[in-house]
Structure formats: C-alpha cells, structure tokens
Write a protein that binds this ligand. Structure first.
Ligand SMILES: *Cc1c(COP(=O)(O)O)cnc(C)c1O
Length: 363
C-alpha cells in the first residue's frame, strides 16, 4: 500500500520496517483481545510480561546471546549508559577508551566523572576519518575495561576488527549498528545500544552484559535506576519500563527473524551501502569523507568541493522528497543514514537523483 512515506535518511530516530508499523497499527486499539492498547497496559500484567519475555527471547536467538549474559531494557537512551558503564564497571577506577568520533568523545567526557580515563588511541588528528590501530594498545594491567564506539554515527566510520584488549573486558556502544550484521557476543563483556537508530522508537537502550561484570558493591550515591544489579534482579522492571519501546522492538526482532536473521540483514546492508559508495567513488562532484576500509555500512557522510554547493544539494534532495540528508555540523556536507529499515529502492533513488544533479551541474 502507498502511505505516501518518504525515504527518510535520518541518523535517528529513523525508519522502521513497514510491515512492523502495519502490525502495530492493527494492534493499536486492542492488543490481541486484551481490550486495551499496549500503551495502556500494566507492565505487571501477564499480557505485557509475555511481550517482554518474547522480545528478550527473540533477541537472544537473533544474536546468539549465551545464558551467562543478561539482557536489560533501560530507559534514558544510550547517553545514560555513558555514565552507567563507568559507574557500574569501574571497580579499580580506571578504564581505557578509544576516541574515534563524536560519540566516543561524549562517552569519554562522561566517564571522566567517575574515574581515570586513558585514551589509548585516537583518530582526532584527521577529524575522525579512520579507526586507529588497536592491535597493540598500552593497557594498564588494572584497567577495568576497554571501551569503543563500534560505529560512529556522525563521522561514519566503523571497526573492521575489534581491538586487542589483551584479556581485558571489551565494552561496545553499538547504537547505530545494532543488529545490522551478525555479532559474536562472547567477544564482549558488554554491548549496549540506543534503539532509535536501527530498531525502534526512541527512549530506550538495550544492554547485554556478562553476569560476572554485574557488581553489587557500588557507590551508595548511585541512582538506583542506573544499577545493573537492580535492573537484572528485577527483569528490567524495577520501575515502569518503556513498555511501548519494548513492544515495538520485539516486533522488529521477529521481523528480522522472519527475513532470515542477521546474516540476511548484513547481506542487504552491504548491498545497499555498495550502491552508494560505488557512486561516490565514481563521482567527480561528491566524495566520501572516511578512509575506505573503515567506512560505515549505516552512516555515509559525503561532501562536494564547497559548503555552498553542499547546501545546494541538501536543498535539492529535500525538494525531491528525500529527508534528513544534511550532514552533522562537525563534518559538514551530507550524510545518508541507511539503517536496516531503509529499503534498497531508497538508496537507488537517492543515487539516481545525485547522478542527475551532477550531470546537470556540469552542463
Ligand atoms: C545516537 C547515539 C547515542 C546517543 O543516543 P541517545 O539515545 O540519544 O542517548 C550514543 N551513541 C551512539 C553511537 C549514537 O549513535
């Protein structure tokens, strides 16, 4: 059906799969004979408990999450986790961070409030256009963890190989790449993601954490909501959770299972990204801003020769019915976020438009 929906290239909140939105619409006023909307439902009800349990079970199946990892649904988005990670996991008060862009910078600034932060590698020297070599980092023996932002949403770069943590726990912010491809959970001590980039509506983070990292000997001043031990003990329902987001994300997990899981999702994402990157590499007007080997599959920043022309292109895309292609101010130019739910047709249409724009401009 044609709903008049636009190809929305927003970095987040972003597109959701249309079949999922249709199901949500159909269940909106009366969820499966319960007589009420999920928005109106007690989080302590059997019906909602089943929604939450299924969401967790489906996510575990999709990612192959082992039993010794907890899955938590926590409000406050990814930003709250910047502090929560440090406050919960800094037992020795020391952690190593890799600085690769805007979101790792924010995580570093927040972690510094709770302990010593050692920035062991950075790509700041070239405005975060590459991932620094992390094969032989200087990691103090007593560092509690090594932290990465695995896909930098604003600068558009991603890790090809994970850092060599030399036996230390790896913590990863996967917000803008969550469920975009298969993930070996056992490589990490903790993975977290704000869900509004690649999964569902804003206002929630998924936290996947190895049980032995969950501590109880925490700063007594720590807000109870931020404690992983309390969240884990209470099945993410110490207080009222973001029921709506859990419900919508659960639908997306089922949808991903139905299309063939994360392998198939990765295949589609690679196909989509290739269409756009191939165009950028062949264009004389546009160029990608990230070193090829570190290009993100999800966020594609690109520029022309001038800020004026960039602005002109953004304006033209908007007039042609494409939304949210303006680049972040720290990089400039344009950025196409092509998350899981962006159809291939959207990327093809954008490339066709940019090609035409370039051809006409040259005349
Ligand atoms: C968007 C984003 C965040 C912040 O997410 P909020 O849910 O708005 O707090 C953190 N990290 C990354 C990588 C992001 O893309």
């Amino acid at each position: 059906m044609n709903y008049g929906r636009t190809f929305n290239f927003s970095a987040g909140p972003a597109m959701m799969p249309e079949p999922v939105l249709e199901e949500i619409r159909d269940e909106l006023l009366n969820y499966r004979g319960s007589g009420m909307s999920v928005m109106e439902m007690s989080h302590r009800s059997k019906v909602f408990q089943q929604i939450a349990d299924e969401a967790e079970a489906d996510l575990r199946e999709l990612m192959g999450i082992p039993d010794n990892y907890k899955v938590l649904f926590i409000q406050g988005g990814a930003t709250l986790q910047f502090a929560a990670v440090a406050w919960n996991l800094m037992k020795n008060g020391k952690a190593v961070y890799i600085e690769t862009g805007a979101w790792s910078k924010k995580a570093i600034a927040e972690a510094k409030k709770y302990g010593e932060v050692i920035v062991a590698a950075s790509s700041k020297d070239r405005n975060f256009s590459y991932i620094p070599d992390c094969s032989d980092l200087d990691i103090p023996e007593d560092a509690d963890y090594v932290y990465i932002c695995e896909n930098e949403t604003i600068h558009g770069l991603t890790y090809q190989t994970l850092p060599n943590t030399k036996g230390h726990v790896l913590v990863s912010d996967q917000s803008s790449m969550f469920l975009s491809k298969p993930c070996k959970v056992t490589d990490y001590g903790m993975i977290y993601a704000g869900v509004q980039k690649n999964v569902g509506p804003a206002g929630m983070a998924v936290v996947i954490i190895r049980e032995d990292l969950i501590r109880e000997d925490l700063d007594p001043k720590m807000p109870v909501y931020m404690r992983y031990d309390i969240q884990a003990k209470n099945g993410s329902m110490y207080n009222t959770p973001n029921c709506w987001a859990i419900y919508c994300c659960g639908k997306v997990f089922k949808y991903l299972k139905s299309i063939g899981g994360l392998e198939e999702m990765a295949r589609r994402n690679e196909e989509k990204a290739k269409i756009l990157y191939d165009f950028l590499d062949s264009s004389e007007m546009f160029r990608g801003t990230v070193d090829k080997q570190f290009r993100s599959l999800m966020n594609v920043p690109f520029v022309t020769e001038s800020a004026e022309l960039d602005a002109e292109v953004v304006k033209a895309t908007k007039a042609a019915g494409f939304d949210n292609l303006k680049g972040h101010k720290s990089v400039g130019g344009l950025r196409a976020s092509i998350y899981n739910a962006m159809p291939k047709e959207g990327v093809e249409a954008l490339v066709k438009f940019l090609k035409q724009f370039e051809a006409e401009y040259k005349k």
